[in-house]
Every structure is written in C-alpha cells, then in structure tokens.
Design a protein around this ligand. Structure first.
Ligand code: PLP
Length: 365
C-alpha cells in the first residue's frame, strides 16, 4: 500500500489554510519594490520600540531553550488581566491554543460547533482531530454568528463550541447580554472558546470582556493574541485563559517550548507599552472610518467591522479586482475559501497605505 494511503483520512481531506501573499513574493514576481500588504490583519505600525529592544537583548540567548513555563510573561499577563498565572496557556500564536483546545476535547466521536463564515482555523483543527463539524447558519443580515442557530446544534456528542468575537473575516461582533446568555445555556460539560484575537480594537460599549466571566463558567476558554494590535504576528505568540484545571490539561498537550524566547521577551515588552497600543487603536479607528467613507461614497457594500479590516462586496468581479490590484502592488485577501467569493477582505493600513489603496482601486474599478 502506498505510504500516502496510510495517512489518516481526515488529514488527507484537509484543505490547507491559505495565508495572505507575502510582500517579498509579490515584489519578486513583479520586479517592484513598493508593494503593500493589506491581507493579513497585521498592525501597519509594526510593533513598539520597546519590543525591538527586548528582542535585540534576547537574541543573545537564542542558543538556549526558552523558559518552557513562560514565567515572566504569565506573571505580567496575570497582573494585567487580574487572573492567576495557572490559568494561562501560552501558544505559538493563538492558533496554537485553538489547536490545543481541540486536541484536548475532540476525537472521532465528538462534535464541534462553529458558525458559517467563522475563522477557518476552527474547521481545520476540528477536522484534524477527526471530529464532526456542526456548522450553524449565520445571521441572514450580515454574516454574523447566530447564537440561537448555534445552540440548536448542541446535542449529546457536542464537546466544543468556537465563537470569534469579533469574527474574522466578517468583522461582526456579539454584545455582552447575548453572549453571556448563550454561554449560560450551554451545558457546562461542553467547552466554549471565545476567540478575542481583535479584542483591543473593539470600541463598543456593549462589547464584553469574556475573561470576566471565567468565575461564572468553568467550561469557558478565552483566547487572545499578540499578533494583532501588539504587532507581533511574525513572532507567533498568543494565549488562552481558562480555569486552572483546564489550563493544566492544555499544558499536557502543549509542546514544551511552543513559546520561543524572542516571542516571550517581545510579548513582555509589548505589555509595557500602553501608549503604542493606544496609538495603534486610534490609527485603526481613523483608517477604518476613512475606508468606510470612501466605500460609502462609491456605493460599494461592506460588512460593518469592529476589527482592523473591512470585508467588501465587489460582486462577481472580485477575483479580477483582486488580481488587478495585485498587479499594481496592493495585496488584499480573497475570501472564497469562506464561501464568500464576491468579497475581498482588506486590512486597515497606515494613512499612506490607504491612500495608495484608494488610488489603485480607483484605477482598477
Ligand atoms: C479570529 C482569529 N482568531 C485567531 C487568529 C490567530 O492569530 P494568531 O495565531 O496569529 O494569534 C486570527 C488570525 O488572523 C483570527 O483572525
């Protein structure tokens, strides 16, 4: 029997995650040097100067294994978040903790629930575990999670529910009352992940800090990342916060050194620079408004977003528009893999990147 045939069926049937096209690759292909990437919801301001200094210092130690227990990072996070260190699971990006949670709860007999148009990694980790995905219909208005539809899929095989708040690629969000009521209705032997990768960008009074509910729900797991507002996407570091008991389980599954030493040092430094976070938040608010106004003026439909990206409806020509922008050095993100072939997701860039986007789009449209 060929070796390929012996691989697990669920792995053979996996559709790999499609990342945004790297700037270097496009520049190489086109022979240009000024491409911009608005495809992966990164922080266009980069990261805090404190991070750069911390990474430079830590680079003297890269011959040594990192601190497998992430002592300093957990200490700082615990202080900032008002939780205990033994509630924190560190991941190589928050994708890694999503995978740890899935591997802790899912096998071939189990089911995971997530919404249509929810972040794709939920589907990937569910399938990789050989579990069954129950995909709930999204809200008909705006592609958002429909919590009633999700609840209706709960059965005696349900082990895990994923909710992105806000969600990527839709930028939609759930309010405190609705989400808290939902979690309360989920039987407490079912794990509920609330993925808050874009938490720091959200500017809505009704937007909840689900970490505050951990005392109420022993089955709740909240994930966050340093990849977005903190600008550490390239270093790969994120975390989950849960009960200490769940955290203990995740740490059994976790690879011992999944948080590398540069990332740990960078994350500690990033937490020290509140000013950078504020500056990034404000720049994003301005950029998002600028983009929304521009698209409003041209009657181009988008899904209202509270994240650092906007998902726009370009209709049947969206793939051509994507390609034409690419040829002019602007990388955006098709979301056909989310079953949203008429849309493109565009991250909020710096003001000059946004101007370039507008110029290029004007010529393309
Ligand atoms: C909703 C959501 N969750 C989690 C992640 C994972 O990010 P990372 O693994 O870089 O922490 C992303 C990244 O785009 C995301 O959009």
């Amino acid at each position: 029997m060929p070796i390929i045939d012996t691989a697990l069926v669920q792995i053979k049937q996996l559709h790999p995650y499609t990342p945004g096209k790297p700037v270097e690759e496009l520049e190489r292909e086109l022979g240009i040097s000024n491409a911009i990437k608005l495809a992966s919801n990164e922080n266009p301001l980069g990261c805090s100067p404190l991070v750069e200094q911390a990474v430079a210092r830590a680079s003297g130690q890269i011959g040594l294994y990192p601190d497998a227990n992430a002592y300093y990072l957990k200490q700082r996070l615990a202080r900032k978040l008002g939780i205990e260190e033994n509630q924190i699971t560190i991941g190589n990006g928050s994708n890694d903790v999503l995978d740890l949670v899935a591997r802790t709860f899912l096998d071939a007999g189990g089911e995971a629930i997530y919404s249509e148009y929810a972040f794709l990694v939920y589907a990937l980790v569910t399938q990789a575990c050989g579990a069954t995905a129950r995909v709930s219909k999204a809200s008909t208005q705006n592609y958002a999670h429909d919590l009633d539809a999700m609840l209706a899929l709960v059965n005696d095989k349900t082990r895990l529910i994923f909710i992105a708040n806000p969600n990527n690629p839709t930028g939609t969000w759930l309010g405190a009352d609705a989400l808290n009521t939902f979690v309360r209705q989920v039987p407490d032997h079912i794990a509920v992940v609330i993925d808050e990768a874009y938490f720091e960008y959200v500017d809505r009074d009704e937007y909840p800090d689900a970490m505050g509910w951990l005392g109420e729900f022993p089955n709740l797991i909240v994930t966050r990342t340093f990849s977005k507002i903190y600008g550490l996407a390239g270093l790969r570091i994120g975390y989950a916060v849960s009960s200490a008991e769940l955290c203990d389980l995740f740490n059994r599954v976790r690879q011992p050194f999944n948080g590398n030493s540069l990332a740990l040092a960078a994350a500690c430094a990033a937490l020290e620079d509140e000013q950078f976070v504020q500056q990034s938040f404000q720049a994003n608010q301005r950029g998002l408004l600028l983009m929304q106004d521009w698209f409003d003026d041209r009657d181009i439909d988008y899904i209202p977003s509270v994240g650092n990206f906007l998902t726009l409806r370009f209709g049947e020509s969206s793939q051509q528009i994507y390609q034409a922008m690419l040829q002019r050095g602007v990388i955006t993100r098709p979301v056909a893999n989310y079953n949203m072939a008429e849309y493109l997701r565009i991250s909020v860039g710096t003001e000059s990147q946004i101007e370039r986007l507008f110029e290029v789009l004007e010529s393309v449209l």
